[in-house]
Design a protein around this ligand. Sequence first.
Ligand code: UD1
Ligand code: UDP
Length: 377
Amino acid sequence: MKIVTIIGARPQIIKAAALSRAIKMQYSDRVQEVIVHTGQHYDDNMSQVFFEELGIPRPDYNLHVGSASHGVQTAKMIEGIERILLDERPDAIVLYGDTNSTLAGAVAASKLHITVVHIEAGLRSFNKSMPEEINRIVCDHCSTLLFTPTQAGFDNLVREGFPTNNEGPYTIDNPKVYHCGDIMYDNSRYFSTIADEKVDLLGSLGLTETPYVLATLHRDGNTDDPQRLQAILDAFLELSESIPLVLPMHPRTRKMVALLEDRSKTERLMKDDRIKIIEPVSFLEMTQLEKHAQLIVTDSGGVQKESYFFQKPCVIMRPETEWVEIVETGAATLADADTAKILKTAQQYLKQPPASFPTIFGDGHAAEFMLQKMIEL
Ligand code: UD1
Ligand code: UDP
């Protein structure tokens, strides 16, 4: 079977590592993978670092699309992906998550009648002002095989009319949905021990013996609204008075922080010894930061989940989440961009961490399950 895998943004490169690893270990005689990087993320620390560290094969193609408005970026991707699909004639295209690279792959492939496989299907925030929500819905409805990481993802698709007990042959009009666990859990399990053997970011930050909070912030709804961005940074400044905070900063966020009106606050933030603002880190470094943190504060989808994998409490800086099960267990709380709520929730979790983390994300073998279903298509 020949598959074309589309990657572009950081989390997709990371997710693709799990599938490529499973192909290499168990399916190399049955699955040929052609990797296409759209170039949506292009800084070395947002892209190249993951290939080297996670052993992902070099992309066969790079479209070098770069940053642009949604329309321009997605259009360039569709054009480039269509050309490659016409040349490569794969049996299926594999798409991850909900970025513009996912959307472009879904549109290009489905119009050429190429089978779409969507990994991380069915997630919904029920907030269509998020670009990701549009991307997910379009991709799911162009797909033939849909792999949902959670039960909520499966239930959402059933609610949207996807059949449950249907027989093959599967097509775009007779799609098959499998609830099979999360491919990111495969990765976190696999790299958890390797991280502490191979990197020592905590040592370099002087935090080996010191409790700290890990934070990430990049969602456009937070970064591109100065009031929300300032409210979140105010919470970080105040929280850091009681515990140091590490913030690997997404390039989008760095650009938007530089535009904030209150220069004195921004300078305080940038110079504050207790807030370690660093460049985006590698996946092994991130894994190490997550494993040893007391608490994680984030608006990232992936980091919310990893926080749960490593049994850390999580303050989610969004009004809602697709990962509803994490909130239902009490291991995470929605605090939006509300300074007081972020602080209060963080302090509560630091005082009293969640007691249990029931299984939500499968058994860490989602990639093998997906490959098996793909070759049975
Ligand atoms: C994208 C995804 C988002 C995902 C995130 C993961 C969409 C619509 N959004 O958001 O779902 O959570 O990736 O990180 O697909 N930039 C750089 N260097 C880079 C990449 C980006 O400087 O290598 C800067 C540029 O100023 C760019 C901005 O970041 O305009 C935003 O990048 P973009 O890929 O459009 O969206 P993300 O916010 O990264
Ligand atoms: N990540 C990383 N380095 C960083 C920040 C995040 O390796 O500096 C990883 C993180 O561990 C997770 C993924 O990137 O696996 C999440 O990506 P991101 O937060 O950019 O996007 P989202 O998951 O919200 O789409």
